[in-house]
Design a protein around this ligand. Structure first.
Ligand code: ATP
Ligand code: MG
Length: 249
């Protein structure tokens, strides 16, 4: 087992709550309502992972499996400029964009296959200057939710999702990578989808070394991130901000 890496979020309270940052070789699930900031955190981590360890990064590249077409290169540029200001170092946004490998997933089967493609790429880059140290699946559950509707298909959906998560966990272990998955939930129960106030795949995600983060909106640009049922850390809450410059205190 390789030494677990810790990836900074850019928000001190958040990092502290996580025991220093997002851990490699584990799946970290972010769940919350639409617009709470899951995709924003994902973008920020795609930038931060490229920083050297002295700056809280893992000196690596990232694969994003984008299922909702929400990856925005312009947002990465804003965040890199934000970091340049924060660190007093002139970073080149283009350099950061080069190390972000985005794959668009058109349905759940395609999404599952893309983990294999990600492994192939990670193998190729293993001994390069920028090995893949972060895998993002945003959203983990949207395609599954849309495709498996109705009671009869729930067991099937869960089984597929379970195997998918297993593949994802393996990726994290093999490449000593952080793994971030997102999962939208609604604030009110909705009879159509079962209970969407609880993230789907809930009990399955529980058995691996997994961190679950519940994100909700607060005043202005503030967000509350709650660590739920961690295997090795105390439950806690952190306040972060999302501004043009990116994630902050
Ligand atoms: P969904 O479940 O629909 O995917 P999400 O949790 O991924 O939602 P995000 O897209 O990450 O939500 O968050 C959107 C919010 O992030 C916006 O409402 C806004 O508050 C903030 N945001 C997005 N871009 C910027 C920006 N350039 N500057 C400041 N804040 C921004
Ligand atoms: Mg999103």
């Amino acid at each position: 087992r390789k030494l677990v890496g810790k990836l900074t979020t850019g928000c001190e309270e958040f990092d502290e709550m996580m025991g220093g940052g997002i851990e490699s070789q584990s799946i970290t699930e972010m769940y919350g309502e639409f617009g709470c900031g899951k995709t924003q955190v994902a973008h920020q981590l795609a930038v931060n992972v490229q920083l050297p360890p002295e700056q809280g990064g893992l000196g690596g590249s990232v694969v994003i499996i984008d299922t909702e077409n929400t990856f925005r290169p312009e947002r990465i540029e804003q965040m890199v400029r934000g970091l340049s200001e924060k660190h007093g170092i002139e970073y080149d946004p283009e350099e950061f964009l080069k190390n972000i490998h985005v794959a668009r997933a058109y349905n759940s089967n395609h999404q599952i296959l893309l983990v294999e493609s990600a492994s192939e790429l990670a193998n190729e880059l293993k001994d390069s200057e920028m090995p893949v140290r972060l895998l993002i699946v945003d959203s983990l559950t949207a395609h599954f939710r849309a495709e498996y509707i109705g009671r009869g298909t729930l067991a099937d959906r869960q089984q597929k999702l379970n195997k998918h998560l297993h593949d994802i966990q393996r990726f994290g272990d093999l490449f000593n990578a952080c793994v971030i998955v997102t999962n939208q939930v609604m604030s009110k129960p909705d009879a159509f989808f079962g209970d969407p106030t609880k993230p789907i795949g809930g009990h399955i995600l529980g058995h691996t070394a997994t961190f679950r983060l519940y994100i909700r909106k607060s005043k202005g640009d503030k967000r509350i991130v709650k660590l739920v049922d961690s295997p090795n850390l105390p439950d806690g809450e952190a306040i972060m901000s999302i501004t043009t410059e990116g994630l902050g205190d």
